[in-house]
Write a protein that binds this ligand. Structure first.
Ligand code: PEP
Ligand code: MN
Length: 264
Protein backbone atom coordinates (compact mmCIF):
# COMPACT_ATOMS: atom_id res chain seq x y z
CA UNK A 1 0.00 0.00 0.00
CA UNK A 2 1.04 3.56 -0.71
CA UNK A 3 0.71 4.59 2.95
CA UNK A 4 2.94 1.81 4.14
CA UNK A 5 6.56 1.90 5.20
CA UNK A 6 7.18 -1.27 3.25
CA UNK A 7 6.69 0.77 0.10
CA UNK A 8 8.48 3.92 1.25
CA UNK A 9 10.84 3.86 4.18
CA UNK A 10 11.64 7.58 4.40
CA UNK A 11 9.36 9.99 6.27
CA UNK A 12 7.08 12.00 4.00
CA UNK A 13 7.45 15.73 4.49
CA UNK A 14 4.30 17.68 3.68
CA UNK A 15 4.54 21.41 2.99
CA UNK A 16 1.76 23.80 3.91
CA UNK A 17 2.55 27.24 2.51
CA UNK A 18 6.25 26.47 2.77
CA UNK A 19 6.10 25.05 6.31
CA UNK A 20 7.43 21.47 6.37
CA UNK A 21 5.55 18.94 8.49
CA UNK A 22 7.13 15.58 9.23
CA UNK A 23 10.71 16.78 9.38
CA UNK A 24 12.74 17.36 12.52
CA UNK A 25 10.84 20.22 14.05
CA UNK A 26 7.43 20.29 15.68
CA UNK A 27 4.78 22.27 13.79
CA UNK A 28 1.85 23.79 15.63
CA UNK A 29 -1.38 24.74 13.86
CA UNK A 30 -3.60 26.92 15.99
CA UNK A 31 -6.65 29.13 15.85
CA UNK A 32 -10.32 29.20 16.65
CA UNK A 33 -12.69 26.32 16.07
CA UNK A 34 -14.76 28.56 13.81
CA UNK A 35 -14.04 31.83 12.04
CA UNK A 36 -16.52 34.24 13.65
CA UNK A 37 -15.37 37.64 12.40
CA UNK A 38 -12.32 39.29 10.89
CA UNK A 39 -11.43 40.86 14.22
CA UNK A 40 -11.70 37.58 16.14
CA UNK A 41 -9.51 35.77 13.63
CA UNK A 42 -6.96 38.58 13.27
CA UNK A 43 -6.44 38.90 17.03
CA UNK A 44 -6.12 35.13 17.41
CA UNK A 45 -3.77 34.77 14.45
CA UNK A 46 -1.34 37.40 15.71
CA UNK A 47 -1.43 35.87 19.20
CA UNK A 48 -0.70 32.34 18.03
CA UNK A 49 1.97 33.57 15.63
CA UNK A 50 3.72 35.50 18.37
CA UNK A 51 3.64 32.37 20.53
CA UNK A 52 5.31 30.36 17.73
CA UNK A 53 2.51 28.71 15.77
CA UNK A 54 3.38 28.37 12.09
CA UNK A 55 -0.03 27.55 10.63
CA UNK A 56 -3.44 29.08 11.27
CA UNK A 57 -6.58 26.97 11.61
CA UNK A 58 -10.22 28.08 11.51
CA UNK A 59 -13.46 26.55 10.32
CA UNK A 60 -15.63 28.24 7.70
CA UNK A 61 -17.80 25.15 7.13
CA UNK A 62 -18.54 23.55 10.49
CA UNK A 63 -19.78 19.98 11.07
CA UNK A 64 -22.10 20.62 14.03
CA UNK A 65 -23.97 17.92 15.93
CA UNK A 66 -27.10 20.08 16.05
CA UNK A 67 -28.51 21.78 12.95
CA UNK A 68 -29.38 24.76 15.18
CA UNK A 69 -25.76 25.41 16.19
CA UNK A 70 -23.60 27.96 14.34
CA UNK A 71 -22.71 26.37 11.00
CA UNK A 72 -19.86 28.68 10.01
CA UNK A 73 -19.51 31.77 7.80
CA UNK A 74 -18.87 29.65 4.70
CA UNK A 75 -17.33 31.67 1.83
CA UNK A 76 -17.16 34.84 3.95
CA UNK A 77 -15.11 32.81 6.44
CA UNK A 78 -12.72 31.75 3.68
CA UNK A 79 -12.31 35.38 2.63
CA UNK A 80 -11.51 36.37 6.20
CA UNK A 81 -8.95 33.56 6.46
CA UNK A 82 -7.31 34.80 3.24
CA UNK A 83 -7.17 38.39 4.50
CA UNK A 84 -5.65 37.30 7.79
CA UNK A 85 -3.08 35.21 5.92
CA UNK A 86 -2.23 38.30 3.89
CA UNK A 87 -1.64 40.36 7.06
CA UNK A 88 0.11 37.80 9.24
CA UNK A 89 1.86 35.64 6.66
CA UNK A 90 0.39 32.52 8.27
CA UNK A 91 -0.82 29.83 5.84
CA UNK A 92 -4.10 28.23 6.85
CA UNK A 93 -5.90 24.92 7.00
CA UNK A 94 -9.69 24.78 6.93
CA UNK A 95 -12.27 22.02 6.70
CA UNK A 96 -14.12 21.03 3.56
CA UNK A 97 -17.37 19.31 4.48
CA UNK A 98 -18.81 18.36 1.12
CA UNK A 99 -17.61 17.44 -2.36
CA UNK A 100 -19.61 20.37 -3.77
CA UNK A 101 -17.42 22.81 -1.83
CA UNK A 102 -14.04 21.34 -2.79
CA UNK A 103 -13.25 23.80 -5.62
CA UNK A 104 -14.26 26.80 -3.51
CA UNK A 105 -12.30 25.79 -0.43
CA UNK A 106 -9.27 24.79 -2.52
CA UNK A 107 -9.29 28.22 -4.17
CA UNK A 108 -8.58 29.85 -0.80
CA UNK A 109 -6.93 27.33 1.52
CA UNK A 110 -3.30 26.27 1.82
CA UNK A 111 -4.45 22.86 3.09
CA UNK A 112 -7.79 21.08 3.25
CA UNK A 113 -9.01 19.43 6.43
CA UNK A 114 -11.15 16.31 6.19
CA UNK A 115 -12.94 16.13 9.52
CA UNK A 116 -13.47 13.11 11.71
CA UNK A 117 -17.08 12.74 10.59
CA UNK A 118 -16.02 12.55 6.95
CA UNK A 119 -13.00 10.27 7.31
CA UNK A 120 -14.72 7.57 5.29
CA UNK A 121 -16.51 9.85 2.84
CA UNK A 122 -14.67 8.25 -0.03
CA UNK A 123 -15.85 10.60 -2.76
CA UNK A 124 -14.72 13.54 -0.65
CA UNK A 125 -11.33 11.93 -0.05
CA UNK A 126 -10.87 11.44 -3.79
CA UNK A 127 -12.03 14.92 -4.80
CA UNK A 128 -10.03 16.66 -2.10
CA UNK A 129 -7.00 14.54 -3.00
CA UNK A 130 -7.35 15.43 -6.66
CA UNK A 131 -6.90 19.15 -5.92
CA UNK A 132 -3.25 18.39 -5.15
CA UNK A 133 -3.51 20.45 -1.95
CA UNK A 134 -2.05 19.09 1.29
CA UNK A 135 -4.77 17.18 3.17
CA UNK A 136 -5.12 17.08 6.95
CA UNK A 137 -6.98 13.82 7.55
CA UNK A 138 -8.55 13.55 10.97
CA UNK A 139 -9.24 10.14 12.47
CA UNK A 140 -12.88 9.11 12.53
CA UNK A 141 -14.64 9.08 15.90
CA UNK A 142 -14.90 5.30 15.75
CA UNK A 143 -12.28 4.38 13.18
CA UNK A 144 -9.52 1.86 13.72
CA UNK A 145 -6.01 2.90 12.76
CA UNK A 146 -6.20 0.55 9.82
CA UNK A 147 -9.41 2.16 8.53
CA UNK A 148 -7.77 5.56 8.95
CA UNK A 149 -4.70 4.53 6.98
CA UNK A 150 -6.94 3.11 4.25
CA UNK A 151 -8.75 6.46 4.10
CA UNK A 152 -5.34 8.10 3.60
CA UNK A 153 -4.69 5.51 0.90
CA UNK A 154 -7.65 6.91 -1.09
CA UNK A 155 -5.94 10.31 -1.15
CA UNK A 156 -2.50 8.94 -2.01
CA UNK A 157 -4.13 6.88 -4.76
CA UNK A 158 -5.24 10.11 -6.49
CA UNK A 159 -1.53 10.86 -6.95
CA UNK A 160 -1.42 13.34 -4.09
CA UNK A 161 1.26 12.31 -1.59
CA UNK A 162 0.66 15.24 0.76
CA UNK A 163 -1.32 13.74 3.63
CA UNK A 164 -0.97 14.60 7.31
CA UNK A 165 -2.78 12.32 9.75
CA UNK A 166 -4.40 13.89 12.81
CA UNK A 167 -5.31 11.90 15.94
CA UNK A 168 -8.23 13.72 17.59
CA UNK A 169 -9.65 11.19 20.03
CA UNK A 170 -12.03 8.28 19.65
CA UNK A 171 -15.27 7.18 21.31
CA UNK A 172 -14.83 4.92 24.31
CA UNK A 173 -16.82 4.21 27.52
CA UNK A 174 -14.99 7.10 29.23
CA UNK A 175 -17.09 10.20 29.81
CA UNK A 176 -14.66 12.35 31.83
CA UNK A 177 -13.24 13.64 28.56
CA UNK A 178 -15.15 14.42 25.35
CA UNK A 179 -13.25 11.71 23.45
CA UNK A 180 -10.38 9.44 24.44
CA UNK A 181 -7.14 10.71 22.92
CA UNK A 182 -5.38 7.63 21.56
CA UNK A 183 -1.73 8.48 21.96
CA UNK A 184 -0.77 4.90 21.11
CA UNK A 185 -1.89 5.72 17.58
CA UNK A 186 1.23 7.87 17.19
CA UNK A 187 3.53 4.92 17.79
CA UNK A 188 1.41 2.58 15.67
CA UNK A 189 1.30 5.02 12.75
CA UNK A 190 5.06 5.64 13.01
CA UNK A 191 5.64 1.88 12.90
CA UNK A 192 3.46 1.33 9.84
CA UNK A 193 3.46 4.49 7.77
CA UNK A 194 5.79 7.18 6.43
CA UNK A 195 3.09 9.85 6.74
CA UNK A 196 3.40 12.63 9.32
CA UNK A 197 1.03 12.52 12.27
CA UNK A 198 -0.10 15.41 14.44
CA UNK A 199 -2.34 15.40 17.51
CA UNK A 200 -5.39 17.50 18.37
CA UNK A 201 -5.62 17.59 22.18
CA UNK A 202 -8.49 20.11 22.00
CA UNK A 203 -11.10 17.82 20.46
CA UNK A 204 -9.33 14.86 22.05
CA UNK A 205 -10.19 16.04 25.56
CA UNK A 206 -12.93 18.67 25.12
CA UNK A 207 -11.62 20.59 28.12
CA UNK A 208 -9.00 23.35 27.98
CA UNK A 209 -7.58 22.21 31.33
CA UNK A 210 -6.37 18.96 29.79
CA UNK A 211 -5.01 20.40 26.57
CA UNK A 212 -1.53 21.43 27.78
CA UNK A 213 -0.62 18.11 29.47
CA UNK A 214 -1.88 16.07 26.50
CA UNK A 215 0.02 18.31 24.09
CA UNK A 216 3.20 17.57 26.03
CA UNK A 217 2.42 13.87 26.01
CA UNK A 218 1.76 13.84 22.25
CA UNK A 219 5.15 15.37 21.53
CA UNK A 220 6.85 13.01 23.96
CA UNK A 221 5.21 10.10 22.10
CA UNK A 222 6.64 11.25 18.77
CA UNK A 223 3.96 13.37 17.12
CA UNK A 224 5.15 15.71 14.35
CA UNK A 225 2.99 18.54 15.55
CA UNK A 226 -0.22 19.72 17.16
CA UNK A 227 -3.57 21.19 16.20
CA UNK A 228 -4.83 23.44 19.00
CA UNK A 229 -7.98 25.53 19.37
CA UNK A 230 -7.34 29.06 20.64
CA UNK A 231 -9.94 31.81 21.13
CA UNK A 232 -9.48 35.36 22.45
CA UNK A 233 -12.62 34.96 24.60
CA UNK A 234 -13.44 31.25 25.01
CA UNK A 235 -16.53 31.96 27.14
CA UNK A 236 -18.10 33.73 24.17
CA UNK A 237 -16.93 31.35 21.43
CA UNK A 238 -19.62 30.26 18.97
CA UNK A 239 -18.09 26.79 18.81
CA UNK A 240 -15.99 24.65 21.18
CA UNK A 241 -15.34 27.36 23.77
CA UNK A 242 -14.85 24.88 26.67
CA UNK A 243 -11.85 23.31 24.95
CA UNK A 244 -10.36 26.52 23.56
CA UNK A 245 -7.24 28.01 25.11
CA UNK A 246 -6.84 31.66 26.00
CA UNK A 247 -3.87 33.06 24.09
CA UNK A 248 -1.82 33.22 27.35
CA UNK A 249 -2.40 29.54 28.02
CA UNK A 250 -1.42 28.78 24.45
CA UNK A 251 1.83 30.65 24.98
CA UNK A 252 2.52 28.45 28.00
CA UNK A 253 1.71 25.36 25.93
CA UNK A 254 4.27 26.42 23.32
CA UNK A 255 6.97 26.83 25.96
CA UNK A 256 6.25 23.47 27.57
CA UNK A 257 6.05 21.68 24.22
CA UNK A 258 9.40 23.16 23.16
CA UNK A 259 10.97 21.83 26.36
CA UNK A 260 9.58 18.34 25.71
CA UNK A 261 10.69 18.43 22.07
CA UNK A 262 14.25 19.22 23.21
CA UNK A 263 14.18 16.26 25.58
CA UNK A 264 13.02 13.63 23.07
C1 PEP B 1 -12.38 20.82 14.05
O1 PEP B 1 -11.17 20.67 13.84
O2 PEP B 1 -12.88 21.91 14.39
C2 PEP B 1 -13.27 19.64 13.98
C3 PEP B 1 -14.58 19.77 13.75
O3 PEP B 1 -12.61 18.49 14.20
P1 PEP B 1 -13.10 16.97 14.20
O4 PEP B 1 -13.46 16.67 12.78
O5 PEP B 1 -11.90 16.25 14.70
O6 PEP B 1 -14.27 16.87 15.13
MN1 MN C 1 -13.72 22.50 17.09
Amino acid sequence: KLVSKELKNTPTIVRIGGVPIGGRSIVVMAGPCAVESEEQLMVTAWAVKEAGAQILRGGAFKPRTSPYSFQGLEEEGLKILARVREETGLPFVTEVLDTRDVPLVAEYADALQIGARNMQNFRLLKEAGATGKPILLKRGLAATIEEWLLAAEYILDTGNPQVILCERGIRTFETATRFTLDLAAIAVVKENSHLPIIVDPSHGTGNWKYVVPLARAAIAAGADGLLVEVHPDPARALCDGPQSLHPETFERLMGEVAAVALAV
